[in-house]
Design a protein around this ligand. Structure first.
Ligand SMILES: Cc1cc2nc3c(=O)[nH]c(=O)nc-3n(C[C@H](O)[C@H](O)[C@H](O)COP(=O)(O)OP(=O)(O)OC[C@H]3O[C@@H](n4cnc5c(N)ncnc54)[C@H](O)[C@@H]3O)c2cc1C
Length: 424
């Protein structure tokens, strides 16, 4: 069996940073395309990740086209078919195309296992950092034409910092000397940056800086058992409790568990005694009981959510998933975007490896990315603005109730697979 704490080679066709949805899907498709692929992950797997855990119709279609439907079903996800928005005791029910809800611990480990089975090398507990080219050390994007050979190397360099418990060859490192030796470099013809919000692996390259938008909310999440007292949470329903200070979604997932994901104003956290207190206030304000076992659950948080990257590609480098930016809300679109980007990026990667790198790929990836995400991100920005000003919700809820076909068109737009997308 492959050791997930050691690195076999120093040279790869493709190095993928981050084993979330974007990274593990890209690793799977890259390996299937016959490319020598390394998937590098900071945390020990499997790991919890703050997420609403709803795999929407679009995400499901992409998994199905990649022949992953039966694998997904084997995880025994709960199915979802409606969204219930609750605000000040009012309720809006929106039917949705059938989707699935499964914890990210289970889902991401499964995709990583599929990538390994396709031939990818997976290494966890390693923090990766992309090393800047000479022209990338200042804030300005490098010139595409007329650069020296040194600025157009055949491979990119990635610095790896292993968790102190492990050294690169897989032995246990206990003292400072060994810990220092656990810093190694790997080289790849193409790097896929899939490391989530704020893309920490690019922090040495200032032109990729992605600051959070002013007023951005932060995420909170927890997974806990469903208690008998939670019978009011209907099966198949994504319940969203909305309040002025944020909103919290609850859904049933595999093994009779509930998943909670919330987006809240940081000021609400500062004013509350604890994250639990803050969530309790949101449920109270929405007129919804708090799930029973939430009080005993570990609640995790995120960095500020809404941000967009100034650049999403560079020399031998593509950004995918949340590393390109993220827009609230979270009714299933984040994972769908990550899967879409991973699938759409592979033909670019294959072309770069087989035909040689061309900086033209940078512009082509940018325009392909815009085609795939723009409309949906616009819809999410409107929804997100509505949720930030919940006094807008009652008229929106009334409009949705009066014109259900309009609501359905919006929902199917979010769930649609972009035509431009090619599956390898
Ligand atoms: C509160 C909340 C609720 C949400 N609800 C939903 C939902 O219901 N449905 C949905 O589809 N989407 C939802 N989303 C969005 C979804 O979680 C993201 O869009 C999705 O996880 C993006 O996947 P990713 O692979 O780009 O990034 P991530 O899943 O964030 O994966 C990034 C990975 O990179 C690793 N990493 C980071 N830095 C390094 C480094 N330097 N070296 C190596 N590894 C590194 C991280 O440990 C992580 O495992 C929600 C998000 C939030 C915050």
């Amino acid at each position: 069996m492959q050791d997930s704490h050691s690195i076999d080679s120093q040279h790869y066709d493709v190095a993928i940073i981050g084993a979330g949805i974007a990274g593990s899907m890209a690793a799977l498709l890259s390996s299937r395309a016959g490319l020598q692929t390394a998937l590098l992950e900071r945390h020990r797997f499997p790991r919890h990740k703050v997420c609403g855990c709803c795999v929407n119709g679009r995400a499901f279609q992409i998994l199905k086209q990649a022949d992953l439907e039966s694998g997904l079903r084997q995880l025994q996800p709960a199915t979802t078919s409606s969204l219930a928005v609750r605000y000040l005791g009012r309720e809006l029910n929106v039917p949705m195309p059938t989707g699935f809800a499964v914890s990210r611990r289970t889902m991401d480990q499964w995709l990583v296992d599929e990538a390994i089975a396709s031939g990818c090398q997976f290494v966890d507990e390693v923090t990766a950092s992309v090393q800047p080219l000479a022209s990338e050390s200042d804030g300005a994007p490098p010139e595409i034409t007329g650069s020296s050979k040194a600025d157009h190397p055949q491979e990119r360099t990635i610095q790896l910092r292993f968790a102190t418990r492990h050294s690169p060859n897989g032995t246990t490192a206990c003292d400072d000397e060994n810990a220092a030796s656990s810093n190694v470099q790997v080289f790849a013809k193409v790097v896929l940056v899939c490391d989530g919000l704020g893309h920490p692996s690019l922090q040495l390259i200032p032109s990729f800086k992605a600051a959070p938008e002013a007023g951005s909310r932060i995420g909170l999440g927890a997974v806990f058992p469903r208690a008998a007292a939670d019978a009011w949470i209907r099966q198949g329903e994504v319940l969203m409790a909305v309040a002025p200070q944020g909103y919290a979604g609850v859904v049933e997932i595999e093994n009779n568990q509930l998943n909670l994901a919330a987006a809240i104003d940081p000021s609400c956290l500062n004013k509350s005694n604890s994250p639990l207190d803050c969530l309790a206030n949101i449920f109270r304000s929405a007129g919804v009981p708090m799930p029973h076992e939430l009080q005993h659950a570990t609640i995790k948080g995120t960095v500020p959510l809404t941000r967009s990257a100034r650049r999403i590609a560079g020399h031998r480098l593509f950004l995918l998933g949340d590393s390109t930016g993220y827009v609230e809300p979270f009714t299933g679109e984040g994972m769908a975007w990550a899967l879409t980007a991973a699938t759409a990026a592979i033909p670019f990667v294959v072309s770069a490896i087989r035909n040689g790198w061309s900086d033209e790929l940078i512009n082509r990836w940018q325009s392909s990315f815009n085609d795939m995400t723009c409309t949906q991100q616009k819809i999410c920005r409107v929804l997100s603005a509505t949720l930030k000003h919940p006094w807008l919700l009652p008229p929106v809820m009334t409009t949705c109730q009066l014109f259900p076909s309009l609501t359905q068109r919006l929902v199917s737009r979010i769930n649609r697979v972009p035509k431009a997308m090619e599956i390898v």
